[in-house]
Write a protein that binds this ligand. Structure first.
Ligand SMILES: Cc1ncc(COP(=O)(O)O)c(C=O)c1O
Length: 516
């Protein structure tokens, strides 16, 4: 029997994605979205918030007391060398570790080796690595083809000279190839520095002062940006040691409510105007608080109406959502883009700012008299190692289609987690934006602020944070490293086998939970 088949190929010029649609009289045979992005389907944001609201109505559903005791015994017996080293380190290093992400409950573990999807600690334990150094290693940890190039560079050239290296140009061109909005690129030492540079140059070019961010978002730890972290509306809660005047021109708005931004822009007009709106395009805290599909577009339109610069902080999303960033995915052209993490492929010196030529020219190196300059610097910024690592990483990612592979791993992990949650009738919420996966078991960042009951709000935050740390410890004892017990970054190294093994381990943790 002959079947009449209809084939349609749709190309979205904004996101350069291709949709292959095949149908017959009997229905759809194939509906396949071919993209270079890690996201296969944009998450159902309304459904996620619905489930998160439900999670927050319930008491904490955490690790059972007896199971927690066993997990703690595990750390004492199986991670003794780590414990000893970190105890010693506490004498010389505040908190015993140099990096916030390393500060895990019950104590930080000491890592000896990272390779692909795995980490090994000094006690010889192997872990599935969903931290991936906080996001930069999309090819998997310590990817050989990039490592070989860096070793060659150190052997034949030098790790740093303070003068120009060809890799600076190669990297800037490579970024421009993938992100046309980045007409010019200046590499810096970190994402924090790049955000500082973005705010400074936006203020200089616009001759205005206010910078608006989304509440709950993280844009590094500069004085002006430690504001409204984790939970929208918290303003200067975590800004100890920062004079209020330093963040006088930083404002936060509630995410996903375009009316709030509109009002703020109008209000600012009476106070000297807004220099820029800065957003994490997937939503605050790397999409922990996801934004509606159209939200970035609406922000872009408002910025255009008010003649305000739009800054996309793509520290996490560049290379993790796609090589054209979240802006490629959403089809939006920001005025400035902040880079970090993948821009140096997991090597030191991961930061950069790019964007419109007329704005970026204010960042020109060297001193040109009579011209106003937004001063930036850094002895080791754009070292040959950082630039070459960024360049080779991007090339390898393109060659291997790393974003798509890491995204499929993120989908498999999230789908599997959802199934585990459903089977056990647990209140947990799993969702992902491609290679960024979230597993909210206690919702520490979703506590609702109520200034009239601030003591009980702070107590709830503390309790939920501790329960989340215990979940993180349980995952770790079962051989999985997460980011703070609620986020997982997948990489190209996460094969189906790795993900399925992780799911078996997550299941063991879920079986050890109860309502507190
Ligand atoms: C969205 C975002 N912006 C900025 C930063 C700061 O980057 P860095 O840690 O390189 O200073 C981070 C760090 O995680 C981030 O997630």
């Amino acid at each position: 029997m002959l079947l009449e088949v209809m084939t349609e190929v749709m190309i979205c010029p904004q996101t350069s994605s291709i949709r292959l649609f095949i149908s017959s009289g009997r229905g759809i045979i194939c509906d396949y979205l071919m993209t270079d992005f890690s996201i296969s389907t944009y998450p159902d944001v309304k459904e996620i918030y619905h489930r998160l609201d439900a999670l927050m109505q319930l008491p904490i559903h955490g690790i059972k007391q007896d199971a927690m005791t066993k997990y703690m015994e595990h750390f004492d017996t199986h991670c003794a060398k780590s414990k000893e080293m970190v105890t010693k380190a506490c004498e010389f290093i505040p908190g015993g570790v140099q990096h916030n992400l390393a500060f895990n409950h019950p104590f930080p573990i000491v890592i000896e080796k990272a390779d692909g999807a795995y980490l090994w600690d000094i006690d010889g334990n192997r872990y599935i690595d969903f931290l991936q150094a906080g996001g930069p290693t999309m090819l998997g940890s310590n990817y050989k083809p990039v490592r070989d190039e860096i070793i060659k560079l150190i052997n034949e050239q030098a790790p740093v000279t303070g003068l120009f290296s060809e890799y600076e140009l190669l990297l800037a061109k490579e970024i421009n190839k993938h992100i046309p909005s980045v007409e010019m690129f200046r590499m810096l030492g970190s994402g924090t520095e790049a955000v500082m540079a973005a705010a400074r140059v936006a203020r200089l070019a616009s001759k205005r002062k206010k910078v608006i961010k989304l509440g709950g978002g993280y844009h590094g730890w500069s004085d002006q940006m430690v504001y409204g972290l984790h939970i929208p509306g918290t303003g200067g809660f975590e800004a100890h040691g920062i004079p209020k005047s330093y963040r006088k021109h930083t404002q936060e708005i509630y995410p996903n409510k375009i009316g709030a931004l509109k009002k703020n822009l109008f209000r600012n007009k009476l106070k000297g105007g807004t220099a820029a709106v800065i957003v994490e395009p997937m939503g605050p805290e790397s999409g922990t608080r996801p934004v509606d599909r159209e939200y970035n577009k609406e922000i872009r339109e408002l910025c255009d109406q008010h003649d305000v610069f739009l800054i996309f902080d793509e520290v996490v999303t560049f290379g993790r959502i796609g090589l054209s960033g979240a802006q490629g995915y959403f089809g939006i052209k920001p005025d400035l883009t902040v880079f970090g993490k993948v821009v140096a492929g997991g090597y030191p010196g991961a930061g950069g700012l790019g964007g419109r030529r007329d704005i970026m020219e204010h960042l020109a190196a060297g001193i040109e008299s009579g011209k106003k300059r937004a001063y930036v610097g850094g002895t080791l910024a754009a070292s040959p190692i950082s630039s070459a690592a960024g360049y080779y990483t991007i090339r390898e990612m393109e060659k291997t289609n790393a974003c798509q592979k890491a995204g499929r791993a993120g989908d498999r992990l999230t789908t599997g987690l959802k199934e585990l949650i459903q089977e056990r009738h647990q209140p947990y919420v799993a969702y992902n934006q491609g290679a960024i996966c979230h597993l909210e078991t206690v919702g520490a960042m979703f506590v609702k602020l109520n200034y009239l009951k601030i003591r009980s709000v702070l107590r709830e935050i503390k309790e939920r944070k501790f329960a989340m740390e215990e979940m993180g410890a349980a995952y770790m004892a079962e051989g999985i490293i997460t980011l703070g017990g609620s986020r997982m970054y997948t990489s190209m190294a996460d094969t189906d086998e790795v993900v399925d093994d992780a799911l078996t381990r997550f299941a063991r943790v879920f079986d050890n939970t109860e309502r507190h």
